[in-house]
Design a protein around this ligand. Structure first.
Ligand SMILES: [Fe+2]
Length: 262
């Protein structure tokens, strides 16, 4: 007999891989993200992170699979010194009642559209996640009022067909299967953007939360002039080619080195 297992996933995310929830009234809350402690952590783009929950409850951002013993991105340990400074952010991350893995605030410096396209990536959310349990997805709560910024989602990194651009005003709330969708933020402005990112386990709790806040799996894309889009596509291609050339040159140098040692 063959047992066929699969992950528990949200039906709401099945078609498009994302939902946009009702907007949160961010203005009512204090700016807790300015009080917590940040560490340099290279993600896509020019970023720093302030972890609220981590593998061991320390102020670090490493994947839980690099912890000892290695484990999947669930059962994050809340960091007391950060929780104390950001009770509202913690309350919001815990509101669904779904298992929380990593939970952190990202600080992103201004990022034009072409650079954002170069930054498009998929997250490694489900490494070591046991089959038959809930698929890990991520919540993105925009904290700063980034009126001209938007999240870019694609099924294929280099194909703009079907690209979705989701607006990022203060209080914007998205849940995204970021292991499935290529994603990155275009951030227009002069100040950094702050966003609370939480890894949640899919299941009935998360489904109920999505329903409660009217999760919509289709939204109108933020309109962007065609010339800016075209310039962005060209910039992504240029940066991709430069990266490929860099690694090709490095590879050839390694081959030359190996041959000289042979
Ligand atoms: Fe990501």
């Amino acid at each position: 007999m063959i047992a066929i297992m699969s992950y528990i996933k949200s039906a709401a995310l099945e078609e498009t891989g994302y939902v946009v929830l009702d907007r949160y009234n961010q203005e009512l809350d204090p700016k807790e993200w300015l009080d917590i402690e940040y560490v340099d952590w290279k993600s896509s783009g020019d970023t720093r992170f302030a972890p609220l929950a981590s593998a061991q409850g320390l102020i670090e951002c490493n994947g839980f699979w690099n912890s000892v013993p290695p484990r999947t991105d669930k059962d994050g340990v809340w960091i007391p010194s950060q929780v104390e400074k950001a009770p509202n952010l913690v309350r919001r991350a815990q509101e669904p009642g779904a298992n929380v893995g990593r939970c952190r605030v990202i600080e992103l410096q201004p990022t034009p559209y072409g650079e954002c396209l170069y930054n498009l990536h998929q997250d490694d959310n489900n490494r070591l996640n046991p089959d038959g349990t809930g698929w890990v997805v991520r919540g993105f709560f925009n904290l700063t009022d980034d009126k001209d910024s938007f999240f870019v989602l694609r099924e294929n990194r280099t194909d703009p067909q079907g690209e979705t651009r989701i607006a990022l005003p203060a209080g914007a709330q998205l849940i995204i299967d970021t292991q499935r969708l290529w994603h990155a933020a275009t951030h227009i402005g002069t100040d950094p953007r702050y966003c609370l990112i939480t890894s949640w386990e899919s299941g009935p709790e998360l489904d109920a939360y999505i329903e409660k806040y009217n999760g919509r799996n289709h939204v109108e894309s933020v309109p962007v002039d065609q010339d800016i889009l075209d310039a962005g596509y060209a910039e992504q291609a240029r940066r991709d080619a430069a990266r490929a050339a860099y690694y090709a040159a490095k590879g050839q140098a390694a081959v030359a080195q190996a041959m000289s040692e042979a």
